[in-house]
Write a protein that binds this ligand. Structure first.
Ligand code: HMG
Length: 395
């Protein structure tokens, strides 16, 4: 059998509190259609103080890891742009919480929303280069924060995606070559003195689409493929309208009757993103999970994936859907997680928004308040972050 490398399992966790964007529209005196249709979002996840990137990543990864995985992972990559420490990698806290063996290399990567894709491609290369290596865990966890009553406010969100990368994967086989492009631009950034991002909003959307054109063109030149070779296309989804614009750009030359399937798949691929908002580096993979969870795709279907991280780096790559992949998804877990979230008022959201991102050097304690979470952030002691697991890890 030909050796393939790709995504064997996907885990997902998002905060258990959300704001309905109709409520936000009313509070900000904006037509709700602007958020629902113009931006293409319905709700956004709101981070409570008992969760951060480490706990969200642990909650996502613990859904998918069994004892064999914990023993066999020899590389753990934590992608984030919401780092909790300037020096120590969040990957180390995660390794400990998940009881991943210590003979693993563990580190953090950052390049805005592109980080998890960097991790995924490093994971592929690692397994291809080291026949004795068996499994790599890649997580992407972030909190998208722009500030109250800013233009970016409606595109906030939070959450984590965990990807287990193996040979003979049961969900998706990654394909080579891929096409990538990097260029220093100021479309979105967060200087060290801020806990909210700065964005040149309209410019950022133009750059997202420009980088898509460049990488898609390069991908076609490298592989001789065309859109007809792709069953569906997935996008980094800062908000669904931008992915929709990307798809419109890619399908512009198709006859109307050939476009429908791509747009139908796009709807399925944004069901979760519409409810959660921007996860930054996890957003593309939440869209992938959304498509896999909603849709019965034929084995061998080729998916195009467009990853974009401001600053900016983009990559276009493809992956093949594996036979019987549906048996290896936890659809009910994902749907229940979203269905059981608690809706906040705008006043409650504003209060939570101001509580997170604590920078105080004093000791403090935080009580668990996320019922579905197995892991929580319990506060700070002696300037050390304290993480707790509510129950033992299951095998
Ligand atoms: P804005 O100024 O509020 O939006 O900012 P707008 O006035 O341009 O309106 C947005 C859309 O709503 C427009 O549609 C309006 O026509 C429409 P479009 O022209 O785009 O098709 N609209 C309405 N539709 C229906 N009914 C109505 C109505 N009114 C208006 N009544 C913006 C929007 C996205 C710029 C802002 O929210 C923002 O700055 N967000 C943050 C930046 C961002 O998400 N950029 C995305 C690209 S960069 C990226 O993806 C990377 C990122 O994820 C970070 C990373 O890499 O780490 C952000």
């Amino acid at each position: 059998m030909e050796t393939t490398i790709g995504i064997d399992k996907i885990g997902f966790y998002s905060p258990e509190y959300y704001l309905d964007l109709a409520d936000l529209a009313a509070a900000r005196q904006v037509d709700p259609a602007k958020y629902k249709i113009g931006i293409g979002q319905d709700q956004m996840a709101v981070l409570p103080p008992d969760q951060d990137i480490v706990t969200m990543a642990a909650n996502a990864a613990s859904q998918i890891l069994d004892q064999a995985d914990r023993e066999q992972i020899d590389l753990l990559i934590f992608a984030t742009e919401s780092g909790i420490d300037q020096s120590k990698a969040a990957a180390l806290y995660l390794q400990e919480l998940l009881a991943v063996n210590h003979k693993a290399r563990a580190f953090e990567v950052k390049e805005a929303c592109y980080g998890a894709t960097a991790g995924l491609q490093i994971a592929y290369d690692h397994l291809a280069a080291h026949p004795q290596s068996q499994k790599v865990l890649v997580v992407g966890a972030d909190v998208a924060r722009y500030g109250l009553a800013t233009a970016g406010e409606v595109t906030q969100g939070a959450g984590a995606i965990a990807l287990l990368i193996t040979r003979q994967p049961r969900l998706l086989a990654l394909q080579q070559p891929t096409a990538y492009y990097s260029e220093e631009i100021m479309d979105f950034w967060r200087p060290n003195y801020r806990d909210t991002a700065l964005a040149d909003g309209k410019f950022s959307t133009e750059q997202y689409l420009r980088f898509l054109a460049l990488t898609w063109q390069d991908y076609q030149a490298k592989t001789n493929m065309t859109l007809a070779d792709l069953t569906a296309v997935l996008f980094h989804i800062p908000f669904t309208k931008l992915g929709l614009k990307g798809l419109r750009q890619m399908t512009a030359d198709l006859a109307a009757s050939d476009k429908d399937n791509y747009f139908d798949y796009f709807q399925q691929a944004t069901v979760y993103n519409r409810q959660v908002g921007n996860l930054y580096t996890g957003s593309l993979y939440l869209s992938l999970l959304s498509l896999l969870d909603q849709q019965q795709l034929p084995a061998g279907a080729r998916l195009g994936l467009y990853s974009y991280g401001s600053g900016a780096v983009a990559e276009f790559f493809t992956a093949l859907v594996q036979p019987d992949y549906q048996q290896h998804l936890q659809v009910a877990v994902h749907q229940q997680q979203l269905a059981q979230r608690q809706r906040l008022t705008v006043a409650e959201y504003e209060q939570l928004f101001q509580q997170t991102g604590l920078t105080d050097d004093q000791d403090y304690q935080i009580e668990p308040q996320s019922p579905q979470a197995k892991f929580y952030f319990a506060g700070q002691h002696d300037q050390r972050r304290i993480y707790q697991r509510k129950e033992p890890l299951h095998s």
